[in-house]
Design a protein around this ligand. Structure first.
Ligand code: THU
Length: 156
C-alpha cells in the first residue's frame, strides 16, 4: 500500500521578515563560522543554540587530522548545552556555513548524525526545537520541529 508522509518548512528570502532577536542570532551564527577549525575541508560552520531564558550557546565545527575525531558545529553546541545547561530547555538552533563544499544556492542542511543528536535534545525536553538553516545565498529555511528534518527517525 502506498503511504505518504509530509514534512513542513518555511523558506524566507531575507532576514527582513524576522524579529530583531532572530536577525541577531542569524548574524551571530554567521560570525561563529570564524571560530571553526576546518583546515581539512575549508568548510566552516557556525551554530547558535538559544535557550528558554534567552541565553545562547555557540558552536563551530572542530576538525582533526584523524578525520572522524572532529565534530560538527551543531553537536559542539548541543553537547555543550547538555554539559553546562541541562536544566534549561532549548528553544531554537541557528546554523550557518561558509565554504565551497555545497553550492551557493543549495540549502545548508545538518548531517544525519547531527539530526539524530538534535532529535535526542528535543525528545529529552518534550518540547519542539525550531531550526533555522541559513543559506549562503541569504535564504533562511525554518523548521518548527526536528521531526520535519528527520522523518522516520530511530527512537521516536
Ligand atoms: N559540518 C558541520 O559542522 N555541520 C554540518 O551540518 C555539516 C558538516 C562540518 C563537518 C566538517 O568539519 C565540515 O563541515 C565538512 O563536512
Amino acid at each position: 500500500m502506498q503511504q505518504t508522509k509530509t514534512i513542513q518548512y518555511q523558506v524566507l528570502d531575507s532576514l527582513q521578515e524576522l524579529s530583531v532577536d532572530e536577525q541577531k542570532h542569524i548574524q551571530n551564527a554567521q560570525a561563529q563560522t570564524q571560530n571553526a577549525y576546518a583546515p581539512y575541508s575549508n568548510f566552516k560552520v557556525g551554530a547558535i543554540v538559544v535557550l528558554e531564558d534567552g541565553s545562547h550557546v555557540i558552536g563551530s565545527n572542530q576538525e582533526n587530522r584523524a578525520y572522524p575525531s572532529g565534530l560538527c558545529a551543531e553537536r559542539v553546541a548541543l553537547f555543550a548545552v547538555g554539559a553546562q545547561h541541562s536544566d534549561k530547555k532549548i528553544k531554537s538552533i541557528y546554523i550557518a556555513a561558509k565554504g565551497d563544499l555545497i553550492e551557493k544556492d543549495e540549502m545548508l542542511s545538518p548531517c544525519g548524525a547531527c539530526r539524530q543528536v538534535l532529535l535526542e535534545s528535543q525528545l529529552r525536553q518534550y518540547l519542539p526545537i525550531k531550526i533555522y538553516l541559513i543559506g549562503m545565498n541569504g535564504k533562511i529555511s525554518i523548521f518548527d520541529s526536528v521531526h520535519d528534518l528527520l522523518p522516520f527517525a530511530f527512537g521516536m
